[in-house]
Design a protein around this ligand. Structure first.
Ligand SMILES: [Fe+2]
Ligand SMILES: [Fe+2]
Length: 270
């Protein structure tokens, strides 16, 4: 039931964001209706508005989750995961809180903020958009904060589905580039901030390359959050920073190998 709640919340958020950013995905039922075709046409700046809006929201959950887990650790005066139980169950005893989720969540928030800063080099939002982002952040931050206190598991599932939407958005933008619908981006160089952040190699520093990097990040966030949503929130270690006894067996990692879009089940992750 909580997975359904998360999915429907993302559908609702998507509906609001489509309205706010003027996005309409073309469907087969549009036929040859020129009005609908015009409405669905995405330009470079319309894509950037959508991406900036998306990233300004996407950078919130990791910070809220990381902050709440950090505060929980402070006030309960214990590690981020129930390490005593963990060590008994899985024969682990880590000298530090190295299997905490906090860093992974904060890293995600930083990564999303870098996406935002990159796109801001290509588009400068006007007053209306800035106001919309301000309002959206106020509502989303507080809503997510309360929900994370109630059910972190549902929140991670929500973020997993949200990241899926991000993957879809970037996939569609990439398809538009390939179809020649975005001529301004055909030879556009990625901003310096992006080249430095992703260490983009020479010859792979175009807008399309940039979107491929961003989409790969989103796919990782999706995997991480679906996996965290599968775990016991109080007791399980963070499998994305864990050391596995059998390194040869596929297991969660921070890198791109062993990608698992739907996330790892608890059994696989531990
Ligand atoms: Fe992002
Ligand atoms: Fe993301």
């Amino acid at each position: 039931m909580s997975d359904n709640v998360a999915l429907n919340a993302v559908r609702f958020a998507r509906f609001c964001m489509d309205k706010a950013t003027g996005y309409r995905h073309p469907s087969e039922s549009d036929g040859n209706n020129p009005k609908l075709a015009e409405k669905s046409k995405m330009t470079e700046s319309k894509w950037l508005v959508r991406m900036i809006f998306l990233e300004s929201i996407a950078a919130v959950p990791g910070m809220v989750g990381g902050m709440l887990r950090h505060l929980h650790s402070l006030r309960r005066m214990k590690r981020d995961n129930g390490w005593v139980r963990t060590s008994r169950l899985f024969n682990r005893s880590t000298p530090t809180d190295s299997e905490s989720q906090i860093e992974t969540l904060l890293e995600e928030a930083f990564n999303e903020r870098m996406h935002l800063l990159t796109f801001l080099k290509l588009y400068s939002p006007g007053l209306f958009m800035r106001t919309m982002i301000l309002g959206a952040q106020g509502v989303f931050f507080n809503g997510f904060f309360v929900c994370y206190l109630i059910s972190p598991r549902t929140c991670h599932r929500f973020v997993g589905y949200l990241e899926e939407e991000a993957v879809i958005t970037y996939t569609r933008a990439l398809a538009d580039i390939d179809a020649g619908k975005l001529p301004l981006w055909k030879n556009l160089e990625a901003p310096d901030i992006a080249v430095a952040y992703w260490d983009m190699p020479e010859g792979h520093r175009k807008m399309k390359d940039l979107l491929l990097y961003v989409r790969a990040d989103e796919a990782k966030h999706r995997e991480v959050n679906h996996t965290l949503g599968n775990l016991d929130q109080k007791e399980d270690p963070n499998p994305f920073v864990s050391v596995f006894e059998d390194e040869a067996k596929p297991h969660p990692s921070k890198r791109l190998e062993n990608a698992k879009p739907v996330g790892w089940t608890r059994e696989e992750a531990l």
